[in-house]
Design a binder for this molecule. Structure first.
Ligand code: SF4
Length: 156
């Protein structure tokens, strides 16, 4: 666990609780947060402790990092967040196509409302984009994408 930011408006619509999970192997050149790459970075926190902060805020939740989909505890955390009835966004460096062809990644992603997917690409960087850093990244509506069998955008 790298940190929890309460009441942020930059990681999805509304004021959200953002949970930053340590560890990312994508190593995108130009990554804004290379200190998040170490899977042993930050401090260890039990799922119960994270849920206590989330419940205190009663706000929608975003998972970021690092790459949350690479964190060994993410499935349990995501299940608990869903049980709590929270809207859930998840950032990941994996593409939607990589996610949907990996049972392990999909098991987590299918429990999210929205997945913001794809590596950060410096040549595609655009500071005017909402909720993403480079133009290749997509904000995916998970339920609609799974229902239609193709990546469907939540926000263009
Ligand atoms: S996926 Fe995100 S955290 Fe990981 S290297 Fe790329 S930009 Fe950085």
């Amino acid at each position: 666990m790298l940190r929890i930011v309460e009441g942020t408006s930059v990681d999805g619509p509304g004021l959200r609780t953002s949970v930053y999970l340590a560890g990312c192997s994508h190593h995108c050149p130009g990554c804004h947060n290379p200190q998040s790459w170490d899977p042993l970075g930050g401090t260890e926190m039990a799922v119960d402790e994270v849920m206590r902060v989330i419940d205190d805020n009663e706000a929608p939740v975003t998972l970021s990092g690092g790459d949350p989909l690479q964190h060994p505890g993410v499935l349990e955390l995501v299940r608990r967040i869903r049980q709590g009835g929270y809207n859930l966004w998840c950032y990941t460096g994996y593409s939607w196509e990589e996610i949907t062809t990996s049972p392990t990644l999909l098991e987590v992603a299918r429990l999210c409302d929205v997945v913001v997917e794809g590596r950060f690409v410096v040549a595609e960087r655009d500071t005017t984009l909402r909720f993403r850093g480079s133009r290749n990244q997509r904000i995916i509506d998970v339920a609609r994408s799974l229902a239609t069998g193709r990546a469907t955008l939540f926000l263009a």
